[in-house]
Design a protein around this ligand. Structure first.
Ligand code: DC
Length: 223
């Protein structure tokens, strides 16, 4: 069933706000499906880069987005027969995703695919415009934020843990630049839905954030 009667909990916010991890844990706790919408923009960017389609070629990128051979399962992400779980997390692909996400035709091409995830018993949808554009009728919405410095520090730790080199000041600058692009774009800009709960996780660990989101969901659905 793909109907408004199926509950959706939307979790939006800027990159590295912790929302991906929080959303996944909340989905598991509720036994709901999980949509990582950012992965769709990352897959679109990767697919364009591989096909040699310029990231500002709106019609070309939208065509790729509408026929994206993407599959998710067992914590892995596939593009046709290739396991691209790690590849889509590369900084260059994240940059590319932010660029293609600013193109209206690309967003339109991914709209129905995202709504199709709304299936019983429910969906936790993670992104930038889940509560504002994709599921405006969702009964529960959360907007997760954290300061750019806190988010850059989290990303820094992740990169170092994976054995990559990283510069904290460069990450803070990247974070600000991506926020500015995501917030200023004309279509589906990054902003909280008027009915979203604002949750600042600058001084909050993941477990606390998960608890706060679950409490909000239960309150909204009067369980
Ligand atoms: O959440 P993420 O870092 O994986 O997202 C990658 C890019 O995709 C990010 O720059 C913003 C964009 N995005 C978007 O515009 N709308 C969404 N619903 C999800 C992601």
């Amino acid at each position: 069933m793909n109907a408004p009667s199926v509950p959706v909990l939307t979790i939006d916010g800027p990159s590295a706000s912790g929302k991906g991890t929080v959303a996944e844990r909340v989905a598991r706790a509720l036994g709901f499906h999980f949509l990582d919408s950012g992965a769709l923009y990352r897959l679109t960017a990767l697919s364009a880069m591989q096909a040699g389609v310029a990231l500002d070629d709106e019609a070309g990128v939208a065509k790729l987005a509408s026929a994206l051979p993407a599959r998710f399962g067992d914590g892995r992400v596939w593009l046709a027969d290739a396991d691209v779980t790690e590849a889509i997390r590369a900084e260059a692909v994240g940059e590319g995703a932010s660029k293609v996400a600013a193109l209206p035709a690309v967003r339109a091409a991914l709209l129905d695919r995202q709504r199709a995830y709304r299936q019983a018993p429910g969906l936790v949808a993670d992104g930038r415009d889940m509560g504002t554009v994709i599921f405006p009728d969702a009964p529960a919405k959360v907007f997760l934020t954290a300061s750019a410095e806190a988010r850059a520090e989290r990303r820094y730790k992740q990169l170092i843990e994976k054995g990559n080199s990283a510069s904290l000041p460069a990450l803070v600058a990247d974070m600000r630049a991506r926020d500015a692009r995501d917030t200023a774009r004309a279509v589906a800009p990054l902003k909280p839905a008027p009915d979203a709960l604002l949750l600042d996780t600058t001084h909050m660990d993941i477990a606390l954030a998960v608890e706060a989101v679950l409490a909000h969901y239960r309150e909204q659905s009067k369980i």
